[in-house]
Ligand binder design. Structure first.
Ligand code: FAD
Ligand code: FES
Ligand code: MG
Length: 274
């Protein structure tokens, strides 16, 4: 159980790992995640199910090596066995039919949005995707995303590939019709996953045009089962739990500043773990 059967370094920061997990693969849906415990002393780390194969009985995780656990996980190799993988967790992304949708993702969020684009396409939607990374070397899954999107736009912060700038610059142009031969395609929905500040900027942009926006939140999760309260977020002024009420929420209702503050709450402990 939970044996690593394939591994690939997508770039120097991001790793793709395929794991034997037949029960999870049989039930997985777009937008859901697992809690991974790499060894018996390990913490639970929430990671999106980036892909799955029910017949083969495997799930794929794509993660960025940012700290103690993800670095250790990134050092594991084919044949090694994970202590535990719990899931699928969280609500699946809601399907929507025959609409015009813009999917926006940044950094490792590109891996998280892949199954969501696939879901939207399978429901007959027109999907334009905008993905961004700091530079060309950090951009992942371009080919796979391009295959399932009606249109794909790429941005890099430093201009080393695609348009120079942020995903929000392109999104603004699309909404204003500048990227579509002057035709203003007001999308029915924008779906966004990435760094908190990116999701905040996207939500502020779409709020002005009244475009419904769903964001996939990434609060600190400890038990990932709704018991500990560490993943609490403020949405519509109410307290919700990212792990059991999310991870998808209405971007216009999320208090991103609160989320950002809470993400920094264990900074000292995380530093000491390294
Ligand atoms: P640490 O040094 O412990 O922390 C580095 C930073 O990661 C922290 O400052 C904090 O912002 C964040 N973090 C730390 N622990 C947690 C935690 N338990 N829960 C959430 N965030 C934490 N990352 C990916 O690379 N790929 C994914 O597919 C992915 N999917 C996610 C899905 C969900 C629902 C959530 C909530 C998070 C997801 N993340 C994903 C983020 C990932 O969980 C964190 O990067 C990881 O837990 C960092 O752990 P660490 O010990 O390596 O780093
Ligand atoms: Fe504990 Fe969500 S992680 S309640
Ligand atoms: Mg950690």
């Amino acid at each position: 159980m939970f044996k690593i059967i394939d591994k690939e370094n997508l770039n120097k920061e991001i790793v793709r790992i395929e794991i034997e997990a037949p029960q999870i693969a049989a039930k997985a849906n777009a937008g859901q995640f697992v809690a991974v415990v790499i060894d018996e002393k390990g913490e639970r780390v929430p990671l999106t199910i980036a892909d799955w194969d029910a017949e083969k009985g495997t799930i794929t995780l794509i993660f960025q090596k940012v700290g103690f656990t993800t670095r250790k996980f990134g050092e594991m190799g084919v044949g090694q066995i994970l202590f535990n993988v719990l899931g699928p967790l969280g609500h699946a992304t809601r399907p929507i039919q025959s609409k015009t949708i813009i999917c926006v993702a940044g950094g490792v969020g590109i891996a998280e949005i892949y199954p969501v684009i696939r879901l939207f396409k399978s429901e007959g939607n027109n999907v334009t995707t905008v993905i961004g990374a700091r530079n060309k070397g950090l951009l992942i899954l371009e080919e796979r995303i391009s295959k399932i999107s009606d249109k794909l736009f790429i941005t890099t912060d430093d201009g080393s590939y695609g348009d120079k700038g942020f995903v929000t610059d392109v999104l603004e142009k699309i909404i204003n019709g500048q990227e579509n031969a002057g035709r203003n395609i007001k999308p029915d929905l924008v779906y966004c996953v990435g760094p908190v500040m990116m999701m905040k900027a996207v939500s502020e942009l779409t709020r002005k045009s009244g475009i419904k926006t769903i964001v996939s939140l990434n609060p600190i999760m400890v038990d990932a089962t709704g018991m500990c309260g560490s993943c609490r977020c403020k949405v519509e002024g109410r307290t919700v739990f990212g792990c059991v009420d999310g991870p998808d929420f209405d971007g216009h209702q999320v208090d991103f500043d609160d989320l950002s503050n809470r993400l920094g709450q264990f900074k000292e402990e995380e530093k000491n773990a390294d």
